[in-house]
Design a protein around this ligand. Structure first.
Ligand code: OFO
Length: 173
């Protein structure tokens, strides 16, 4: 059984994961409109993953005798000054999410809720990986600079830049 304090902290994370999904969906759309298919596909996939992270929390709360709360969401940014800026935003957002997961883990220890603590380890591992992917992508973009040919190749190869999740077997829900 989850305590009210844990339930509320997990529900807050549901909102963050749902907002992450919307943020990346807006990035996918922007990239698609700009004609970068590879980047757009990468962002659509990210958006789907975040929705799965949200659903995993929903199921966990309900299974543990709580009530998952589906709330209204803040609207995401829908335009960006450049692809570099967009990926910088993605990286900053992942760091924000990692901090939020860390805070959650901290609360579970305070509350001596070891079941939720254990459940959250999956998210800890996922965040390490997502930050690493975002950092790799930013490094590549910095190397490309303003080179159009480089951007073309980057768009073609972005799927290979991502690493297969070690934290998931592909079915996180
Ligand atoms: Fe939900 O995985 Fe990153 O943000």
């Amino acid at each position: 059984m989850v305590s009210k304090k844990i339930e509320s902290a997990l529900n807050n994370q549901i909102r963050i994961e749902a907002e992450s999904s919307q943020i990346y969906l807006a990035m996918a759309v922007w990239a698609e409109v700009k004609g970068l298919e590879g980047v757009s596909k990468f962002m659509y996939d990210q958006s789907n993953e975040e929705r799965e992270h949200m659903l995993k929390l929903v199921k966990f709360i309900n299974e543990r005798g709580g009530h998952a709360h589906i709330s209204e969401l803040n609207a995401p940014n829908v335009t960006f000054g450049s692809f570099k800026e967009m990926f910088e935003k993605l990286f900053e957002h992942e760091v924000f999410v990692s901090n939020s997961i860390n805070e959650l883990v901290h609360i579970t220890l305070q509350e001596k809720d070891y079941a939720t603590h254990n459940f959250l380890q999956w998210y800890v591992a996922e965040q390490i990986e997502e930050e690493a992917v975002a950092r790799t992508i930013l490094d590549k973009i910095n190397m490309i600079g303003d080179d159009k040919g480089g951007l073309y190749l980057f768009d073609r190869d972005i799927q290979q830049l991502t690493v297969v999740s070690s934290a998931t077997d592909g079915s996180p829900v």
